[in-house]
Design a protein around this ligand. Structure first.
Ligand SMILES: CC(=O)N[C@H]1[C@@H](OP(=O)(O)OP(=O)(O)OC[C@H]2O[C@@H](n3ccc(=O)[nH]c3=O)[C@H](O)[C@@H]2O)O[C@H](CO)[C@@H](O)[C@@H]1O
Ligand SMILES: C=C(OP(=O)(O)O)C(=O)O
Length: 427
């Protein structure tokens, strides 16, 4: 498997351009299954989760044309199967969107339970409740979700748990259902708005995305479309954290500053300079990092997917900081790795207390999940010495060209492919 070898200590300086959003792309690409035409999707990030979701569509019989590195055309008019096997679905979380998309288009889907980052239990009961409310019969059989209906009919659905995935999956299934679906207590993340905009550009009738009530009036047909995915909020936030961690000065281009407000607010609280422009943001630091507390929450709160990267900043900040994980049961598995680098952290359930240390030291470490991997990479960039970071396939799920982008900012980072990697990955 590949690893990164990182020599820390260089401040990141220069410009970096943000790619399309992973969590929007992995919803929008399956949504193309609902179309009766050809969908041209631009600003697709070149990451392994996107490659996998495209592969799944291809296996289902969709025509796929890569126009260039970030533009794809999907023609889903001649799908041959509605089953997504374990081998593919287990490699990523967003494979569960195939259930909503296939159910919405063909009134049937058989999809293996998804994979994704390991944060403890990741139930999908709210997704299944939504499909059932639309009239589908849903069952779980040997790890496969089986959903089918004679017809889907709009309904009023209240989510008991605020869930990004359930909100998206129900939107997908309801877009071509008969009548009106009212989804209450819906999640409000930017990628939910992006998916609604994509579906509406094909002729769907979805209103209220970005608020906690989404109204979906079913339509019979969806046209082809051309659509460009929003920039990745979390990739942008990760470079913001990296600039702050290394006492750097980075202009982060192709961002929507509004999506970064909760991240910007915490950086300012820590004494980091942040300047906002129309579609870019500059982050620089000259003084010490100051302590602060962070609690992760659904959008527009501080995103859980930025928690590990900011924890690295707090590990080096002056004073004691408290991080409360408000979304996932177990998102502190990376702390063990950070301790190996000299961080002083105590974890009690969903709360971690950081006593800031003067500096982090290089150590052999491994990525425990996607954002944990990004966070440990930031720690290595800021640390003294040479860090070897293993299991970086997690990072490749969500960050396009990460070592090239970092090297262009002055980082000393190289990818080393270890012998037997291809074999290990295939198993
Ligand atoms: C592919 C993708 O977009 N992944 C994101 C998505 O994950 P994902 O969509 O899986 O996360 P959810 O928003 O669904 O989960 C939020 C909380 O709801 C709970 N829950 C969820 C569904 C359900 O049916 N029942 C239930 O109890 C979960 O256990 C969790 O505690 O949103 C998370 C929260 O912003 C992010 O960390 C992930 O990066
Ligand atoms: C948790 C994440 O992804 P996934 O839900 O795909 O595992 C993430 O993007 O940080």
């Amino acid at each position: 498997m590949d690893k990164f070898v990182i020599t820390g200590g260089n401040p990141l300086i220069g410009e970096v351009s943000i790619s399309g959003a992973k969590n929007a792309a992995v919803a929008i690409i399956p949504a193309a299954l609902l179309s009766d035409g050809v969908c041209r999707i631009e600003n697709i990030p070149n990451i392994s989760d996107v490659s996998m979701i495209i592969r799944i569509l291809h296996e289902l019989g969709a025509g796929i044309k890569m126009i260039n590195k970030s533009t794809i055309e999907i023609d889903a008019r001649h799908i041959t199967t509605t089953e997504v096997p374990y081998e593919m679905a287990r490699r990523m979380r967003a494979s569960y969107y195939m259930i909503g998309a296939l159910l919405g288009r063909f009134k049937q889907a058989r999809v293996s339970m998804p994979g994704g980052c390991d944060f403890g239990v990741r139930p999908i009961d709210q997704h299944l409740k939504g499909f059932a409310a639309l009239g589908a019969e849903v069952s779980l059989d040997q790890g496969m979700v089986d959903a089918h209906a004679d017809e889907l009919v709009g309904n009023q659905i209240y989510l008991d748990v605020l869930s990004v995935g359930a909100t998206i999956n129900i939107m997908l299934a309801a877009t071509k259902a008969k009548g009106l679906t009212i989804l209450e207590n819906a999640a409000r993340e930017p990628h939910i708005v992006d998916l609604a905009n994509f579906l509406n550009s094909m002729g769907a009738d979805i209103r209220g995305a970005g608020t906690d009530v989404i109204k979906i009036r079913g339509v019979d047909h969806l046209n082809g479309t051309t659509y460009s995915i929003i920039p990745d909020q979390i990739e942008a936030g990760t470079y913001m954290a990296a600039a702050a961690a290394t006492k750097g000065d980075v202009l982060i281009k192709n961002v929507i500053p509004k999506h970064l407000e909760s991240i910007t607010a915490k950086l300012l609280e820590m004494g980091v300079q942040v300047e906002e422009y129309d579609d870019s943001i500059r982050v620089s630091r000259s003084g010490d990092l100051m302590r602060c507390n962070i609690k992760t929450m659904p959008h527009p709160g501080f995103p859980t997917d930025m928690q590990p990267q900011f924890a690295v900043l707090l590990a080096m900040a002056k004073g004691t900081s408290i991080v409360t994980e408000g979304v996932w049961d177990n998102r502190f598995r990376y702390v063990e790795e950070l301790r190996r680098m000299g961080a002083s952290v105590q974890v009690d359930g969903k709360v971690a207390v950081f006593e800031g240390v003067e500096e982090l030291r290089a150590a052999p470490i491994k990525a425990t999940d996607l954002r944990a991997g990004a966070a440990l990479m930031i720690a290595a960039l800021a640390a003294n010495g040479v860090t070897e970071l293993e299991e970086i396939y997690h990072i490749d799920r969500g960050y396009e060209d990460i070592e090239e982008k970092l090297r262009a900012l002055g980082a000393d980072i190289r990818r080393v492919t270890m012998p037997g990697a291809a074999v290990a990955k295939a198993q």
